[in-house]
Design a protein around this ligand. Structure first.
Ligand code: HEC
Ligand SMILES: [Cu+2]
Length: 327
């Protein structure tokens, strides 16, 4: 529960613990005093109530002590928060756009991704805007949350100090598929990040040597659809709601029909250029985890939600195998 990924997160935890500690102390103290008074001054023990007419000293004490306690709580929270807000010498600015229902990240050189990749140990400014309604950008591991508001820019400064994958969520109910707005913050070593930023790869893990890559063997569309519908992994397409946008009868819907995969090739737009790519394991993995890296020609970007953070590696592999036409 208390695993944070930055110094700031540790400070937030300490502040929270102190506030909870103070609250528990008063909760117990007040309830104990109540019980004591109920017993000590009940009608049997104390038949005639004493009238008390104010006590200035007592009133001064219960104003001044709580005042310092709450000011102390405020100061604990304020000192680290204001330090973070005042930073101006950050290493990099990344543009974050919240839209129904996903996050986009744009890096200084124009590269885009659906997952937030950052180098470890750097101070990074996230400039945030919304393309539609109000969202809230929430990184629990950094203990940071900031509203992303229509028609106004907001920002967040992060200093991730730990390598790894951390959840990002939308923390403001923003419509039907609000729950799809999960993605990941992936903190990688600086050299890996730099190489990724300069290259074509979608995710830094792609830098690792690739195993032999399986491809779709071109098939007749009807055969392919029949095969998909009868496959033991077909349920996955239902479970992850793929079939609400992709049909298994050949007709186009919000996304292209799965029948279009049968040819083993597809026309996509990447960086504004139309290219034809072979449908292999890597293509499908990218299509599922970074849907906006390549957009199928004729379809809208920012529509398909990423599976990142919503699917286990096993389910993902099984889904890719299914689409590749393997048994
Ligand atoms: C909200 C609608 C929506 C959902 C849900 C959705 N997709 Fe998509 N998908 C699209 C759209 C639109 C495109 C075309 C634009 C693009 O490439 O991003 C697409 C593209 C694809 C492609 C590339 C197809 C090609 O011909 O190259 C694949 C593969 C794919 N989706 C698989 C899936 C799978 C598997 C799921 C379920 C986990 C899924 N999609 C869920 C809308 C959706
Ligand atoms: Cu949202």
């Amino acid at each position: 529960m208390f695993e944070g990924a930055s110094y700031y997160a540790d400070k937030v935890d300490t502040t929270m613990l102190i506030i909870v500690g103070i609250s528990v102390f008063f909760l117990i103290g007040i309830v104990a005093a109540m019980i004591y008074f109920v017993v000590r001054y009940n009608h049997k023990r104390n038949p005639v109530a004493t009238q008390i007419k104010g006590n200035n000293l007592l009133e001064a004490i219960w104003i001044i002590i709580p005042l310092f306690i709450v000011l102390g709580m405020f100061w604990l929270g304020w000192k680290d928060f204001s330090r973070l807000r005042k930073i101006t010498d950050y290493a990099m600015t990344i543009e974050v756009t919240g839209r129904m229902w996903k996050w986009d990240f744009k890096y200084p050189n124009g590269k885009m991704s659906d997952t937030l990749y950052v180098p470890v140990g750097k101070t990074i400014k996230l400039e945030m805007r919304s393309a539609d309604v109000n969202h809230a950008f929430f990184i629990p591991a950094l203990r940071m949350k900031e509203d992303v508001i229509a028609s106004r820019n907001t920002y967040m400064i992060i200093e991730p100090q730990k390598l790894g994958e951390f959840d990002i969520a939308c923390a403001e109910y923003c419509g039907l598929n609000h729950a799809y707005m999960y993605t990941k913050l992936i903190v990688v070593p600086e050299d890996v990040f730099e190489a990724w930023l300069a290259g074509d790869e979608v995710s830094p893990e792609d830098k690792l040597p690739a195993p032999a890559i399986a491809k779709i063997e071109p098939k007749n569309e009807n055969e392919y659809l029949k095969y998909i519908r009868n496959h033991k992994n077909f349920e996955l397409l239902v479970k992850y709601a793929c079939v609400s946008c992709h049909t298994v009868d050949g007709s186009a819907h919000i996304g292209p029909s799965f029948a279009k995969l049968a040819s083993g090739k597809t026309e996509v737009i990447r960086d504004g250029k139309k290219i034809t790519v072979e449908i292999d394991e890597k293509y499908l993995r990218t299509a599922l985890l970074e849907p906006d890296y390549e957009i199928v020609a004729g379809y809208s970007p920012y529509t398909m939600p990423t599976l990142r953070g919503r699917i286990s590696e096993n389910d993902l592999k099984a889904m890719i195998e299914l689409l590749l036409g393997k048994n």
